[in-house]
Design a protein around this ligand. Sequence first.
Ligand SMILES: Nc1ncnc2c1ncn2[C@@H]1O[C@H](COP(=O)(O)OP(=O)(O)O)[C@@H](O)[C@H]1O
Ligand SMILES: [Mg+2]
Length: 282
Amino acid sequence: MNEQDFAVGASGLTKTFTLEWTRKKLLALDGLDMQVRRGEVFGLLGPNGSGKSTTMKLILGLIRPTSGMIKVFGEPSGSLASRRQLGFLPENPYFPGFLSAREVLNYYGKLVDLCGKQLRERVEELIELVGLPLAADRALKTYSKGMLQRIGLAQALLHDPDLLLLDEPTAGVDPIGSRQIRDLILALKKRGKTIIFSSHLLEQVQEVSDRVIILHRGKKMQEGTLDELLSVQGQSQFTVSGLTPELQEKVAALLKSEGAELVNVSHPKQKLEDYFIRSVSK
Ligand SMILES: Nc1ncnc2c1ncn2[C@@H]1O[C@H](COP(=O)(O)OP(=O)(O)O)[C@@H](O)[C@H]1O
Ligand SMILES: [Mg+2]
């Protein structure tokens, strides 16, 4: 694969912060190698302080690495060519509460050089995309956290970037709001966007990510598809309806005679979140 096939290519990426008062050094990111392919939804997972936001800021070029290399679509991070292709939803986006969503998007649209009819159409399209047409003229101080995150997402999409960086997009958002944000991520992937998002809420990552990296204290602990990381090797699962105790015994005996073993019989569980969403949407 060639450099341009990767949305992000980082090798040996390291960031040390010098603490202001004590002059102590803090190693926030330690030799990270990371390749994100075009069109992928990529999850950066890890507890608080593991280096997720630092990685995002390095991709954006908001901070420079202490050592190592990082490129965005083959361009050095921080260069104009790389920034044009990037959209960013920060961890705690701030918008003036007295403005409406439509006003905020118009303002940010002008900052990325949109104007006139093009600006108006883009703003309407994004309000529609993030599912807020009914609330678009309300002051943002009346918005829930989930709605604010969706406006933050619309803001990040104004200049139609190819790569989106979403820092903890579902933190502090209730289950229904989180589900809406995840559906949006999948809709954007369908449109060919590459998405890198971070989360310390591990459950929420499963449904959307193609691949993940698990960070801990600035070091990469694991990398791969969730299938690779989560499937228990050497065991398989059947789902059966109409299993009687007698049939179960026969199956166990058959398996035994073939040198296999019935390890566990249980009822499939629905996820608590699905159960919750089904219950409240009744
Ligand atoms: N500007 C900074 N100055 C000093 N330390 C920082 C700075 N930014 C981040 N850190 C430290 O770097 C580590 C990684 O932080 P961060 O990337 O924000 O973690 P995460 O986003 O995974 O919670 C933390 O220990 C954090 O305190
Ligand atoms: Mg963070």
